[in-house]
Write a protein that binds this ligand. Structure first.
Ligand code: SF4
Length: 227
């Protein structure tokens, strides 16, 4: 079996619940969404087909050298290559690594098949204005199928409408009201700008009305100037 992999590298996790943890990143190539704020557009089209044994050997070598104890499978969208993803995650477990999956939170059928291979899932909720269409049904099904250690991330920009953000909060609160919910101000890029402090505060209040664990966190790796 082969996987289309964009890159494998070690860095510091800059998003979500495990920010600050040194991790091995296995970035899958390919994604079927087109988010305006995408921070990895090159990975959507690029990549190289690699045998799983080659990827496993690289993972082993890098983890042993860097003393990493966790691996993040990221993208692109890793669930587009679900069988290869599962095989690599199970191998990572055998190496003693905690397995994290970073996903756009849409492909719930694939998740259902392979959820058991992951210790932590970071699932996006995509807002329609940034992603060209809505995925509310898919996100609800995804969260219902996700394991206990799952957290959610919603990227917001200066243009995000309160009504859309509120819809995301409603979807999450109906399925998993206690899940950690990260409001991530977009990293400035091209025409994309983060929201103002006042807007962030109002989003926080909206979310905290219905959800138990709301946090605001920008992409720390971008602030640190690392990958
Ligand atoms: S889902 Fe992720 S990789 Fe795909 S376009 Fe959106 S931000 Fe980029």
């Amino acid at each position: 079996m082969k996987a289309n992999i964009y890159e494998i590298f070690v860095s510091i996790q800059g998003e979500g619940l495990y920010a600050g943890q040194k991790q091995l990143f296995v970035r899958f190539a390919g994604c079927d969404l087109a988010c305006q704020y995408c921070d990895e557009p090159a990975s959507k089209g690029g990549g190289k087909l690699r045998s799983l044994s080659e990827v496993k050997k690289t993972m082993e070598k890098v983890c042993s050298r860097e003393r990493t104890r966790a691996v993040s499978f990221t993208g692109g969208e890793p669930l587009l290559q679900a069988e290869a993803l599962k095989a690599l995650a199970l191998h990572a477990r055998r190496l003693g690594l905690k397995t994290h999956l970073e996903t756009n939170g849409v492909r719930w059928r694939e998740l259902k098949r392979i959820a058991g291979a992951f210790d932590v899932i970071a699932a996006d909720i995509k807002l329609p204005a940034s992603s060209a269409r809505d995925f509310w049904t898919e996100h609800a099904a995804f969260l219902a199928a996700a394991p206990e250690k799952t957290f959610v991330k919603v990227v917001v920009t200066s243009k995000t409408a309160a009504a859309e953000f509120n819809k995301a909060v409603n979807v999450v609160s109906r399925v998993r009201g206690a899940i950690p919910f990260f409001i991530q101000p977009a990293t400035p890029k091209g025409g994309v700008r983060p929201p103002s402090r006042a807007k962030l505060d109002s989003f926080y209040r909206l979310a905290a009305l219905k959800l138990e664990d709301v946090r605001i966190l920008p992409q720390l790796h971008k602030l640190w100037g690392i990958k």
